[in-house]
Design a binder for this molecule. Structure first.
Ligand code: F0G
Length: 439
């Protein structure tokens, strides 16, 4: 199988060997993507094969990424694959969230069930496999938290040296704790995500590091499996909508590429529409798409949101994301801190839970439903990108009435659930419990 790196810019389209260590097109600076020019797939046969692999014990078949390797065939041999059992994340019915959004039915694909608790694992197993194939020893990323946790875990398992750059004071402790425990050389830089990414991209060559941000096209290849697995779990019935949060926009790029490739190779009968949701204080992609690209892409210099995972003002993958949203006849929406916080609590009350950025999905679906963009009987899958325990501090503040937006506005917890401190007094405990019931 031939795989090549291709410049994503339509006016350029220069091609490079798959083993070249580049993160952008050397001639025009465009994003790169992996292409398989001679790929011919038999959809019927693969659907059966992929289903059979679920029952195998070989780690590569059990992986919810590598099981679908015929659609991500950039390696010549699979000896360099390090898997932690990524993917295999459930599709969960969420009737309470459906009711909240005004839909008849809503399912969540919960990427928080991954080994490090976020969707980044789907991409990282591929990025690290490519690092090993290239003979790189040190891998690095700039991260709002999840990428660094994931990269460090896979690098540790692969025997590589992980280096992470994170915005000082603006990542959740759950994520930082993971990176420290898995053994990352950790630099907390006094700058925001966008500033650090620009800095590290310019230093990558000099430091001899292999960059595993989502600008790395092999990460995108792995994240395609989120959509492939979703369709497999739905017996290849495409939903009307797939909703996901947008930060650096790598996942949007990956979802769109997966949908196009699945459809091109005859796996899908219809194309779902993508709904990308951004936080109000970090919504440059929303603004760009609202103006249909007329004003050019204008980064937000000081992005702010309590959903720190998507606190990004200059998303690297916006050209790919714009293309994919348009190809899928998709939409982009933005939601407030209050909307994210309440949606998150509702997802919690479904017994599911997620981290703040993930809840932008439900908040956005609800807003699009209210605006009449999504119809009540449409088939919607919301992607929850990270686990509830990634950011316990946010959860505690919300439920105890202490959550305050970056602008200093208190978030009113409509679904607040305050713990009660009580003395060792059976009468008092009985009194409290007989007086109150949780709505
Ligand atoms: N949800 C979560 C939980 C994330 O961690 C991220 C991104 C996103 C959504 C947005 O995805 O960037 O592909 O549009 N987190 C990155 C990180 C930036 O460093 O962990 P995106």
């Amino acid at each position: 199988m031939t795989a090549e790196l291709v410049c994503f810019e339509r006016a350029c389209r220069r091609r490079f060997p798959i083993t070249e260590v580049i993160y952008e097109c050397p001639s025009c600076g465009g994003l790169l993507e992996v292409e398989y020019p001679e790929l011919h797939l038999d959809a019927g046969r693969l659907k059966r094969l992929w289903r059979e692999r679920r029952t195998e014990n070989a780690p590569i078949d059990r992986s919810g990424v590598w099981r679908y390797r015929e659609l991500i065939p950039f390696l010549e041999d699979y000896g360099s694959v390090v898997t932690l059992g990524e993917g295999n994340t459930p599709l969960l019915d969420a009737p309470k969230a459906a009711e909240y959004a005004g839909l008849e039915r809503l399912t969540f694909k919960h990427q928080g069930f991954n080994p490090t608790g976020s969707f980044k694992d789907n991409g990282m197993t591929c990025g690290v496999a490519q690092a090993l194939r290239l003979g790189m020893r040190r891998v690095a990323c700039v991260s709002t938290g999840n990428t660094s946790a994931s990269m460090t875990a896979y690098a540790a398992a692969a025997g590589l040296e992980p280096i992470i750059f994170i915005p000082h004071g603006n990542i959740s402790f759950g994520k930082l704790a993971q990176a420290l425990e898995y053994g990352a050389r950790t630099l907390q830089v006094e700058a925001n995500f966008d500033e650090i990414l620009a800095l590290v991209r310019s230093l990558a060559g000099e430091l001899g590091i292999y960059l595993l941000n989502s600008v790395n096209p092999f990460r995108i290849e792995g994240q395609k499996s989120i959509v492939i697995e979703m369709m497999d779990q739905r017996d290849w019935r495409a939903p009307d909508w797939i909703a996901l949060p947008g930060g650096n926009l790598g996942n949007t790029a990956a979802f769109g590429k997966a949908l196009r490739e699945l459809s091109e190779h005859g796996f899908l009968e219809k194309m779902p529409r993508l709904a990308v949701i951004q936080a109000e204080g970090a919504a440059p992609f929303y603004e760009y798409m609202r103006e249909e690209g007329r004003g050019g892409f204008r980064p937000v210099a000081h992005p702010e949101t309590l959903a720190t995972a998507i606190r990004i003002g200059d998303p690297v993958s916006w050209p790919k994301a714009a293309f994919e949203v348009r190809s899928s006849r998709g939409v982009v929406e933005k939601v407030s801190e209050q909307e994210i916080a309440d949606a998150k609590a509702v997802i919690g009350r479904c017994g599911i839970g997620c981290e703040p950025a993930s809840a932008a999905t439900l908040a956005g679906i609800r807003k699009l439903r209210q605006a009449g963009v999504i119809a009540p009987d449409e088939d919607v899958v919301g992607v929850l990108t990270g686990h509830l325990l990634k950011d316990p501090d946010y959860v505690y503040r919300y439920h105890t009435g202490q959550l305050v937006t970056p602008a200093g506005v208190p978030v009113r917890g409509a679904f607040e659930n305050r713990p009660v401190v009580v003395a060792k007094d059976p009468r008092r405990i009985a009194e409290i419990l007989l007086a109150e019931t949780l709505s």
